[in-house]
Design a protein around this ligand. Sequence first.
Ligand SMILES: NC(=O)c1ccc[n+]([C@@H]2O[C@H](COP(=O)([O-])OP(=O)(O)OC[C@H]3O[C@@H](n4cnc5c(N)ncnc54)[C@H](O)[C@@H]3O)[C@@H](O)[C@H]2O)c1
Length: 458
Amino acid sequence: MRLTIFGSGYVGLVQGACMAEMGNHVVCYDIDEDKIARLNAGEIPIYEPGLEAYVERNVEAGRLEFTTDVKKAVSHGLFQFIAVGTPPDEDGSADLKHVLAVAKAIGENMDEYRIVVDKSTVPVGTADKVKAEIDRVLAERGKSVEFDVVSNPEFLKEGAAISDFMKPDRIIVGTDNPRTTELLRSLYEPFNRSHDRLISMDIRSAELTKYAANAMLATKISFMNELANMAEKFGADIEHVRIGIGSDPRIGYHFIYPGAGYGGSCFPKDVQALAKSASESGYDAALLNAVEEVNHRQKRRLFEKLSDHYDGNLKGKTIALWGLSFKPNTDDMRAAPSRVLMESLWDAGATVRAYDPEAMEEAARIYPDQEGLTFCEKSYEALAGADALVIVTEWQEFRSPDFQTIKEMVADAVVVDGRNLFDPEMVEAFGLEYYAIGRGRGTNAPRPNFGRRKTDKA
Ligand SMILES: NC(=O)c1ccc[n+]([C@@H]2O[C@H](COP(=O)([O-])OP(=O)(O)OC[C@H]3O[C@@H](n4cnc5c(N)ncnc54)[C@H](O)[C@@H]3O)[C@@H](O)[C@H]2O)c1
């Protein structure tokens, strides 16, 4: 089949490569000329495991093309996928300007039947706006061309995007026309072989399903972070609590890890956008607002732990940071907790020595010539001259560090672990002062007289 994808970012590029891998002929269009030039030169502008090989193979086979020629893009595909960004507007609502710009471009260049498929995460009612925009432009051109608008939200996770796309848990298709459902069913057939994963529904429900999924996942994270903060006050260990509650199949072990708050391009903006849509419709989304508020506070926790350790005086301190991306296996730093931490440290007069396996280029782009920020080629290089170490992202290579070297290199022998990677007693056995998330002891919360662990002194 022939398809066009507008937007060659984390979603559009992965989708393009995976669709081409199945034998389709894909044209990826982006307004970012530099990005398209890099792609045409064989360079992958983002880090996503496995993506490079997919792109290379399919470009070579002539099934995957990149262009900035909008006419070519619209005339190529029966399916016109919209995979452009939907960043938050100033008031938290989703900014639809990119989505509507694509609708306009399709309307301006469309001469035969097209299925316009919205893959971007968009508020309920967006398909109607896309349709209205195309209708408006067609009317302006004095043309009457048939088209359908479909909602087909994307559920891939950065870091595992290829396997998520190739083996999706579900394929949501929202249409008001059974014929388009069948056409999308044929397009997705190769991804759907072991059992039927395609769930068809009306357009509005499909649009809401995407927000509902992200809001539920964000809620789980904020719930655990809230519990973790309580555990610190109570002298309990959230890691025991996590295992204790996860054993209930109604709760499960997935996605109940406490940490430094959720980031990335999806949860923060989607929770806010859904709450905003709710309030515009006259509904106060109290739970969603609380989820976001708890997350906001959680992103400050690592800084607070450091600040408490140094009695509020971080001026002149050098802090080593392991991990900049919002999660492992991506270079994405959108809304990353590391940003809140670094910016707070700079405000407090501290300097940062940072290491990340993939995100340093992105960090340098976000913070060009930033005073108080040094990038280090290796994780242990970041410890040179550091007073404390903070682990912000749980990359595999941080899971089993050499604590003896950390003890020798980090001047104040302080480790703040934003991902609860280690056994506190084991870390402390090396003479390190260890702060984690929600782990009763080893935190700077007041310690009650109950629930002490056996190594607790005094
Ligand atoms: N990143 C994820 O993990 C993920 C997962 C599921 C859904 N989504 C959703 O998918 C959408 C895209 O997200 P992303 O992370 O791929 O964004 P991204 O920022 O990585 O990529 C968006 C791309 O769209 C391009 N673009 C902007 N305006 C354009 C236009 N008029 N025509 C063509 N291209 C244009 C930009 O140049 C950019 O390359 C968002 O709505 C997001 O919420 C993202």
